[in-house]
Design a protein. Structure first.
Length: 334
């Protein structure tokens, strides 16, 4: 079962606490067409990592590609996970075109400015795909990480962010799916929403970058896709999802692993049985994030085979861990 609302509040408290001065970040990225090697024939996922020197890493035609971004401020970082959708011929293209747009975005330190830039990118790509008669899109979960201060989160779709400690794995985002729409208009309570979103397995989605949104319609069903993105926030979310806004500040606290992933990581017959193993798999501080990713994907492949949930989906994961700040000596000591 998912953690209770009280447990969710624990993560909100972590997010809202006063963050220490930023200490070094460790980041690891992995994207697989098929965790077992017997699944999909094309990787429609994508990712972006821009390090503190402006070196960008992403997928182009399923191959890892690097580019140096000009005039990038030292120490500023950016990560993103994307899951393409809209048919085998154009899902990958939607994710790739979104990444290309992200590469042209300047480093951003203000949440409102991040929203303005990404909404504008969505509108431009929506029009380009619409003009070509393509109904394609992708999820987008992006984290802008300034050199100082909290990170900036922007989320569209059903890729997710988690905060993971040795005791728990807490989801930090709300899936843009039909169950969320029903909860927003009062037709699902918290337990029913958790059952439909985090316990059951389904592939329906109500909003995607480029594609548009059916969230926010007044009735049970939306008849048309709205070209604009629909932002979830405390003004329209039900009480049991308060604090999990799509666009918000997200301090990265030492002692936690932050996981950003496409739904291939939990698209399983029993997703919670796997997610509940993440603290044991990812919490060991003595292991590198690359080694932790090795263990996570090995466990995922074994779980897929045991649950016979084939074909397995594309899977992209980014892990982020902040080092504990070094202890400074008191003046006069040492």
């Amino acid at each position: 079962m998912m953690p209770s609302h009280n447990a969710m509040n624990t993560v909100n408290a972590v997010e809202q606490s006063v963050a220490p001065p930023n200490s070094p970040l460790e980041i690891a990225v992995r994207s697989l067409r098929s965790p077992t090697g017997r699944g999909r024939h094309e990787n429609q996922d994508n990712y972006l990592r821009v390090d503190g020197q402006g070196q960008a890493t992403f997928l182009w035609r399923e191959e890892e590609t690097r580019r140096q971004l000009p005039h990038w401020p030292v120490g500023h970082q950016r990560i993103a996970v994307l899951d393409g959708m809209g048919g085998h011929s154009h899902g990958r293209e939607a994710a790739e075109q979104t990444v290309q747009g992200l590469l042209n975005l300047p480093a951003i330190t203000d949440l409102d400015q991040l929203s303005i830039h990404l909404d504008a990118l969505h509108r431009r790509l929506y029009q380009e795909f619409h003009d070509r008669g393509l109904e394609s899109g992708c999820t987008l979960i992006l984290l802008e990480i300034p050199r100082e201060g909290p990170a900036l989160l922007f989320h569209v779709g059903d890729s997710r962010a988690y905060a993971i400690s040795a005791e728990q794995a807490q989801c930090l985002t709300v899936d843009h799916v039909p169950a969320t729409h029903l909860a927003m208009i009062g037709l699902l309570d918290g337990a029913e929403w958790v059952q439909q979103v985090h316990v059951q397995t389904n592939s329906q989605i109500s909003q995607a970058f480029i594609l548009g949104s059916t969230l926010g319609a007044p009735g049970r069903y939306a008849e048309v896709i709205n070209a604009e993105l629909y932002e979830l926030h405390d003004g329209n979310l039900p009480l049991f999802l308060q604090g999990l806004n799509d666009r918000r500040l997200l301090p990265l606290e030492p002692g936690w692993i932050y996981l950003f992933a496409s739904d291939g990581l939990w698209h399983l017959a029993s997703p919670q049985a796997f997610i509940q193993r993440w603290p044991a798999l990812l919490a060991p501080p003595e292991r590198s994030l690359e080694a932790l990713l090795d263990g996570l994907f090995a466990e995922l492949a074994e779980t897929i085979q045991q649950q016979r949930s084939q074909p397995d989906d594309n899977c992209t994961v980014i892990l982020v861990r902040r080092s504990a700040p070094e202890a400074s000596s008191t003046p006069g000591e040492g």
